[in-house]
Ligand binder design. Structure first.
Ligand SMILES: [Zn+2]
Length: 222
């Protein structure tokens, strides 16, 4: 793994391989029927996150992002979010060391095989952790990959940011922009500032990248 230059975004590591930083609810957001399979976000809560935290985590990290994805970024697409808890061998893995990404990828892949989920871009797998998932960062993902980890104690954009990487969004197209009330930074800024609030949105350029990526996903063979 060619990890280089860790970029701390209060959570993010970037690498040649675009590693970076990065919810709860069994929710299906149905849009019009498509020939494409649903784009499904599988979100696993590590066993070190108390069940009592589920609602807070969902509200802070997930609900606004899912709404933005379905209402704006990928409007009209069939998007699903599935929350998984207490899955032996998956939500109890060790993390926090420099093998954490590979370990998660292996565990999630075995889960996918058991559940007959394809690793083909249409399923994305994130492990939410109670502490830093990887040395020096609050989240990690691979550019256009299918796996990510994120700490629930990172800022509110961490899930949007890490899943954004898996959907082809990039730091370079993030923005700090003005708003009526205050300046804000979009989901893919590499380092969260202490000054600006979160826009809770991707920049128009990253929205377009995500649409282009999803549109380009191959249809699975029957
Ligand atoms: Zn990043």
């Amino acid at each position: 793994m060619t990890m280089s230059i860790p970029r701390i975004r209060n959570k993010c590591i970037a690498a040649a391989f675009a590693l970076c930083l990065g919810g709860f609810l069994n929710t299906a957001f149905a849009a019009e029927p498509e020939k494409e399979p649903p784009l499904t976000f599988h979100i696993f809560a590590h066993d070190d996150i108390p069940d009592s935290e589920a609602q807070r985590v969902h509200t802070r990290l997930l609900s606004w992002w899912l709404a933005d994805m379905t209402d704006t970024v990928l409007r009209g697409w069939n998007i699903q979010a599935r929350i998984h808890r207490h899955v032996p061998g998956v939500t109890d893995i060790r993390y926090g060391d420099d093998r954490a990404y590979d370990r998660w990828k292996g565990s999630a892949t075995r889960f996918a095989e058991r559940e007959k989920l394809r690793i083909n871009g249409w399923n994305k797998f994130m492990l939410l952790t109670g502490a830093s998932p990887y040395p020096g960062t609050s989240g990690i993902a691979q550019h256009e990959g299918d796996f990510a980890l994120a700490s629930v104690n990172a800022n509110a954009a961490v899930v949007a940011h890490e899943f954004g990487h898996t959907l082809s969004a990039v730091h370079d197209d993030s923005k700090v922009r003005g708003s009526d009330a205050w300046w804000c930074e979009t989901n893919m800024v590499p380092s969260a500032s202490q000054i600006y609030r979160d826009c809770r949105a991707y920049s128009p350029e990253n929205q377009e990248r995500i649409r282009t990526y999803v549109t380009g996903l191959a249809l699975p063979s029957p």
